[in-house]
Ligand binder design. Structure first.
Ligand code: ATP
Ligand code: MG
Length: 425
């Protein structure tokens, strides 16, 4: 019997990897323009880290983590998200003491959820975190940065921004009590999931998809009324900064996010193009988290983007440039007993024309079959090296994508010749 992959854990095949690389480069480029630096930390951490950071009663910790005892009997978990590990790494390495940090990371995350379109068990995020900054200016920076990324990717018309403020954790505790009081009196009108959440994580009821539950919430106490003056001011300033920067947003008073650690600003970038899994980027402020994980108090704000969902969106909208799938510029056809000469010539060209992507035909074959392969490679030029050419130190140049007669060039001139031709494409 063949061994299969694990459900919800996908292979990334070469056909798709070009789009991933295109997306990852665009993200790294935008982040670089805002002077964010990359940090890398392990995919495995102590289970306790996620319990403390994400929260004991969240869906993630209650039922989605891949946890196991290692050979020493320590409970470890595959990371379900990046912020916890990032904060752990920063605290442990003294990156948060008397300084600010603007950081990003990327890599696989693991959650035991029901796999479906845009929802996997191993999925990938790009996370961005800023530490040591309390004001709304950095919240705004993160949002203008993402807005710029959407523009770069040409998906700015397909995503929209929702924001909300959660106030302080004390505000939320007060609100939680009021909400529970209101909903407990109407418990039988709640959907099943929400009934369960009423005792475990009542705030999550606010983003229930159930229409009756949503209707019930119309008359429920509103979080807005419980938020302290400072948080209100922070939120107002953020809104006016976004206005000034021309970033459109919608205030969604029911946006609460699934993780426990947020305070003040929370936000989501959502799209209507991907069905139910419409959130492509989500985050917020977490001023209490560093301390909660044993560090000296340090404010933080960040977000994570779902790479699979962004790739789906790029494909759906057809906005990946054609050139992204193009991996070969020049195909070297080698007919007859010229394999060694082809190898050496290929190396010379790679040394002298470093921008040209050259594929050398390996494994022989007739002229016709090699030209077929050259054509299939999508190269714009085929170089033809037969035994005659090899003997005379010449090479044939055949233009595969334009109506232009074949030429013969001295091998010594080839690098110059190709450089001129390719730059005019
Ligand atoms: P969702 O609403 O889809 O459950 P979430 O609130 O659990 O998302 P976060 O923990 O905030 O998501 O993660 C940030 C982003 O990572 C999400 O907006 C989404 O794009 C992506 N993401 C989260 N879980 C998955 C998953 N199981 N598969 C693919 N992408 C995911
Ligand atoms: Mg989720």
């Amino acid at each position: 019997m063949k061994i299969q992959s694990i459900r919800g854990m996908n292979d990334l095949l070469p056909e798709q990897s070009a789009t991933w690389q295109y997306l990852e480069r665009a993200i790294a480029d935008v982040l670089g323009r805002y002077a964010y630096r990359e940090i890398r930390f392990p995919v495995l951490e102590q289970t306790e880290l996620f319990k403390r950071a994400v929260g004991e009663v969240t869906d993630i910790v209650e039922k989605e983590m891949y946890s196991f005892d290692d050979r020493n009997g320590d409970s470890l978990s595959l990371r379900p998200e990046g912020t916890a590990g990032c904060v752990r790494a920063c605290t442990e390495n003294g990156l948060l003491h008397n300084q600010t940090q603007r950081l990003w990371y990327t890599g696989p995350m693991f959650r035991h959820e029901r796999p479906q379109k845009g929802r996997l068990r191993q999925f990938h995020q790009v996370g961005v975190e800023a530490f040591g900054l309390v004001g709304p200016d950095i919240d705004a920076e993160l949002l203008v940065l993402t807005a710029r990324l959407w523009k770069t990717l040409k998906i700015e018309n397909a995503v929209s921004l929702q924001i909300n403020s959660l106030g302080t954790s004390a505000d939320r505790a007060n609100y939680r009590s009021a909400l529970v009081e209101y909903l407990s009196a109407r418990q039988e009108q709640l959907d099943e999931d929400s009934q369960r959440r009423l005792s475990s994580n009542p705030m999550r009821i606010l983003d229930s998809k159930n229409a009756d539950t949503q209707a019930l919430l119309n008359d429920a106490p509103s979080l807005e009324d419980f938020i302290d003056e400072e948080s209100k001011k922070h939120f107002k300033q953020l809104c006016s900064m976004l206005d000034a920067a021309g970033v459109n947003y919608q205030i969604n008073p029911r946006l609460v996010r699934g993780l426990d650690y947020y305070s003040k600003t929370v936000f989501e970038w959502v799209t209507t193009h991907l069905g139910a899994q419409g959130t492509v980027c989500a985050g917020g402020r977490y001023d209490g988290l560093v301390e909660q994980l044993g560090g000296k108090p340090c404010p933080g704000v960040g977000f994570a983007m779902g790479v699979e969902r962004l790739v789906l969106l790029l494909d759906e909208l057809g906005v990946v440039p054609d050139s992204v799938g193009q991996i070969v510029d020049v195909y070297l056809v080698a007919v007859g007993d010229v394999d060694t000469q082809a190898l050496v010539l290929g190396e010379e060209l790679r040394s002298n024309c470093p921008t040209i992507r050259l594929q050398t035909n390996c494994g022989g074959g007739s002229f016709k079959s090699q030209i077929k392969k050259a054509d299939k490679s999508a190269a714009s030029i085929a170089l033809i090296l037969g035994e005659d050419e090899a003997a005379n130190k010449k090479i044939g140049v055949k233009f595969l994508r334009e109506d232009r007669p074949q030429e013969t060039v001295d091998q010594a001139e080839l690098a110059n010749y190709l450089t001129t031709i390719i730059t005019t494409y």
